[in-house]
Design a protein around this ligand. Structure first.
Ligand code: C2E
Ligand code: MG
Ligand code: MG
Ligand code: MG
Length: 281
């Protein structure tokens, strides 16, 4: 077979790019329609206090239920929503819905109602309207700011500038700020000096091998010590086994989240769990 000429090669390369771009454009359009048709839902995954397993918070996790197919994971559509800019409108819907659900729990359970964590992406943090949007949602639903925590990632704030000043404005509203997937970025410790963080969510990768190596345990212990020293909460992410949960208690962790305690579930299931005994006997 003849070798590809330079021209052929670049044409082939273009076709691939076009196919990806076309796919993204189609998915972006479908997401837009999905938002207009109300096809997004929030699930909530409990954040528990150790060792009892009492639910103290929940993390809102978005799902897309297209009318013509199976549920789509945020891992697939959030990057497309970010790239197309739809994340601004989708994010506004998520913030409003999460605040509505948080207000319901506040009404029905008072202080025992869970605080609600809301993920925001890098693109949302670059939007100077974000703090105003959050403030509006809080007042629309009569919600105290302390009942909400905004989850951000290190990479989203690392660049500084608008994102960092947006985080500061959010914190000034009185909402909590959690650093998600903590320890996986390149700026973790530097960021703690400049960013008004209230919670560290210690990444699942540090929790996975807890009963494996001494190194792994040393890192997990150090992260909880850093949090305690700075007056921050540390939440262990992705706890899947009883052994991990037990070890976390020994290492000084007070908060955890993961399939071992509960999977993400609809808001009504959280109400049921709140009135049931603690998750861990
Ligand atoms: P994240 O914010 O770090 O959320 C935690 C993810 O880990 C969730 O996946 C959750 O279901 C999963 N998880 C929790 N416990 C366990 C466990 O024990 N084992 C394992 N293997 N996984 C566990 P999910 O819901 O698929 O969300 C994936 C990512 O998508 C989130 O990571 C977050 O970055 C993004 N995302 C989800 N919802 C939203 C949202 O409303 N807005 C934005 N901007 N991003 C979101
Ligand atoms: Mg998160
Ligand atoms: Mg996380
Ligand atoms: Mg994560």
């Amino acid at each position: 077979a003849a070798k590809l000429t330079g021209a052929n090669r670049s044409r082939e390369h273009c076709t691939e790019l076009d196919a990806t771009a076309e796919h993204h454009a189609e998915l972006a359009a479908a997401l837009r329609r999905g938002l207009d048709r109300g096809e997004f839902r929030l699930l909530y995954q409990p954040i528990v206090e150790l060792p009892a397993g009492t639910i103290v918070g929940v993390e809102a996790l978005v799902r897309w239920h297209p009318s013509d197919g199976p549920v789509v994971s945020p891992v697939e559509f959030i990057p497309v929503a970010e790239h197309s800019g739809l994340i601004i409108d989708l994010g506004a819907w998520i913030i409003n819905q999460a605040c509505a659900d948080a207000a319901g729990w506040q009404d029905r359970h008072g202080d025992a109602g869970p605080r609600v964590n809301i993920n925001v992406s890098a693109r949302q943090l670059l939007d100077p309207d974000l703090p105003g949007l959050v403030a509006d949602a809080l007042s629309r639903h009569g919600l105290a700011p302390e009942r909400i925590t905004i989850e951000i990632t290190e990479t989203a704030v690392f660049a500084g500038g608008v994102a960092l000043s947006t985080v500061r404005e959010l914190r000034e509203l009185g909402v909590g700020i959690a650093l998600d997937d903590f320890g996986t970025g390149h700026s973790s410790l530097t960021l703690l000096r400049t960013c008004p963080v209230t919670t560290l969510k210690v990444d699942k990768s540090f929790i996975d091998d807890l009963n494996g190596t001494a190194e792994q345990e040393a890192i997990a212990t150090s992260l909880s010590t850093i949090a305690a020293t700075l007056g921050l909460r540390a939440v262990a992410e992705g706890v899947e086994t009883r052994e991990q949960a037990d070890r976390l208690v020994e290492l000084g962790y007070r908060y955890a989240q993961g399939y071992y305690f509960a999977r993400p579930a609809p808001a009504a299931d959280i109400d049921a769990a709140l009135t049931a005994p603690a998750l861990v006997a």
